[in-house]
Design a protein around this ligand. Sequence first.
Ligand SMILES: C[S@@+](CC[C@H](N)C(=O)[O-])C[C@H]1O[C@@H](n2cnc3c(N)ncnc32)[C@H](O)[C@@H]1O
Length: 214
Amino acid sequence: MTEHETAPQAPEGAHRLFGERLSLAAAFADILADTGVSHGLIGPREVPRLWDRHILNCAVIADAFADGERVIDVGSGAGLPGLVLAIGRPDLELHLVEPMQRRTDWLSSTVEDLGLDNVTVHRGRAEEMTGTLAAPAVTARAVARLDKLARWCLPLVEPGGRLVAMKGRSAPEEIEQARTVLRRLGGIDPRVVEHGEDVLREPTRTIQVTRSKR
Ligand SMILES: C[S@@+](CC[C@H](N)C(=O)[O-])C[C@H]1O[C@@H](n2cnc3c(N)ncnc32)[C@H](O)[C@@H]1O
């Protein structure tokens, strides 16, 4: 019989963030610990910190999205943050954009295993989707620095919508370095927002950039 790897037990914060969807979040954590590792989507050393560093870190940005919003996750990889948002917020419509076939195959089978009906997986690079895919909100985690990310993602943001880029402590510096690119692309009012101060030891930071309506 094949041994299935499982994730550590969900911490208290997970109960608060996922509520009655916690068992689905735990099922996703187990998939990450098992085929997520064996298929090379996350490293084995991430398993002990799957909840804090990955799942909860992503779940807390749910407050950046309006009820029923369509959200594109660029460079979704192991479904971070896209699948976490789809699990925690069944009202959202998630579009996961990922160029690597091995990863889109894994994402599609994970969506099926979890029975999620609010997720579409798209294979390709974000810059190839301009003109065919757009949403009021586009998110990304660990894909590129803000200047490059804005070039790929802002064309997918509908006018008046926003890019919600998950970032670390370099966020203010990345905004300074991207100012010219943002202006050229119609990206306005860039700001750093913190999420989950009450659940995480270190809050998650996002850079949020609005796409001008003109
Ligand atoms: C470091 S991984 C991060 C994955 C996931 N977002 C996470 O936080 O674990 C970067 C991902 O971005 C994808 N990627 C790279 N360039 C891209 C592009 N131009 N458009 C869309 N995805 C891209 C890669 O294939 C990879 O899956």
